[in-house]
Design a protein around this ligand. Structure first.
Ligand code: HEC
Ligand code: HEC
Length: 296
């Protein structure tokens, strides 16, 4: 049976309304897609590229939020890598830098935007200004090319003896910090200084720089109640206990009040390598090796 003219008309009108609504919805979707699209595009390229004024403003932001770890001039410090290297580990494009700075590097000390002590996030514009600043201090050539990494590896594992104390990619000793990421997390100057003057700045756990009590490789000497002496590095410590690794890589957990003596020193367990132990040329090769490993 055919529906009456009246109800058919109603049906038709309903459908018409539906069709009109779907046009409106599609239109909205299209508009928001376009807005979203241009917004994404805006994040891909630095709107302040090669703008000296923006770089200056970025330098100001950098000093306030980043120099603490990445050093003045972005040349790297004990806690963050040298950002003047053209080749960045987490991507070198504008979009990569934006993402790294905005989101941080999970599992490392590199914090997401707004998570530093001040807790004040930078606006997108300010992040781009910081990127302009980083571009303005970037070196054209890469430091890796100045040393012979293959020879550096031989030295590291052989005559220089580094691997007796340091692990790289799962191989080596454990009394010193694992150096697999040192080449990316530390500046070249810092690496050189660590070898020539290890006691000047003791290493700090790379992923722990944000902790209130980050681990430092302090040298410790304890004498237990029965007179046994252990020397090594502090792994963990609170008011009552001390966890350490001795020079034979044995772990110990001591209750402090049961010890005969406990002495800590900021003199590194690592020997200071002078020119005779490791020439400048050889050190350059070792550093090239660390940079190469760090970039992997
Ligand atoms: C608490 C220390 C700390 C602070 C503060 C910090 N960073 Fe970092 N940043 C790091 C560390 C550590 C890494 C290396 C992460 C890794 O292991 O790859 C890093 C990595 C980066 C990288 C990637 C480098 C590469 O080779 O890919 C960029 C870019 C960067 N930081 C920029 C910044 C900027 C800009 C700021 C300030 C807004 C900042 N960082 C603040 C510690 C810090
Ligand atoms: C006897 C053990 C020993 C030897 C040998 C040794 N180191 Fe170390 N190294 C350490 C210890 C312990 C530390 C941590 C304390 C400090 O920062 O000095 C350290 C720290 C470092 C650091 C700083 C790491 C950081 O993240 O801050 C670097 C880089 C380093 N060593 C490189 C080398 C190189 C390269 C060699 C070989 C030429 C070498 N070490 C030989 C024990 C050693």
């Amino acid at each position: 049976m055919m529906p009456s003219w009246n109800s058919r008309n109603q049906l038709f009108r309903k459908e018409g309304r539906l069709i009109r609504w779907s046009y409106v919805l599609a239109g909205c979707a299209l508009i928001s897609f376009c807005i979203g699209g241009t917004w994404l595009l805006a994040q891909d390229k630095n709107p302040f590229a090669r703008d000296a004024k923006a770089a200056k403003l970025g330098e100001f932001q950098f000093r306030a939020n980043c120099a603490f770890c990445h050093g003045l001039g972005a040349r790297g410090g004990g806690r963050g890598p040298d950002l003047t290297r053209a080749q960045k580990r987490h991507g070198s494009s504008d979009a990569d830098l934006f993402r790294t700075i905005n989101e941080g590097v999970p599992g490392t000390a590199m914090p997401p935007n707004g998570a530093t002590q001040q807790g004040v996030g930078m606006t997108d514009e300010e992040i781009w200004q910081v990127i302009s600043y980083i571009r303005s201090v970037e070196k054209k050539a890469d430091a890796t090319s100045t040393g012979n990494a293959a020879h550096g590896k031989e030295l590291f594992q052989g005559t220089a003896g580094c691997s007796t104390c340091h692990m790289i990619q799962g191989k080596g000793g454990r009394i010193g910090p694992d150096l697999s990421t040192a080449g990316s997390a530390r500046s070249t100057e810092y690496l050189v200084e660590s070898v020539r003057m290890p006691s000047k700045r003791l290493a700090q756990g790379i992923s722990e720089a944000m902790k209130e009590f980050s681990q430092e490789y302090e040298t410790v000497t304890v004498v237990t109640a029965d007179g046994t002496k252990f020397m090594g590095v502090v792994l963990n410590e609170d008011h009552f206990t001390l966890q350490m690794m001795d020079t034979r890589e044995n772990l110990h957990l001591f209750e402090k009040d049961k010890l005969k003596s406990l002495e800590k020193s900021r003199e590194s367990l690592m020997p200071a390598y002078d020119q005779k132990m490791l020439s400048d040329k050889d050190l350059q090769d070792v550093v090239a090796y660390l940079l190469l490993v760090g970039a992997q």
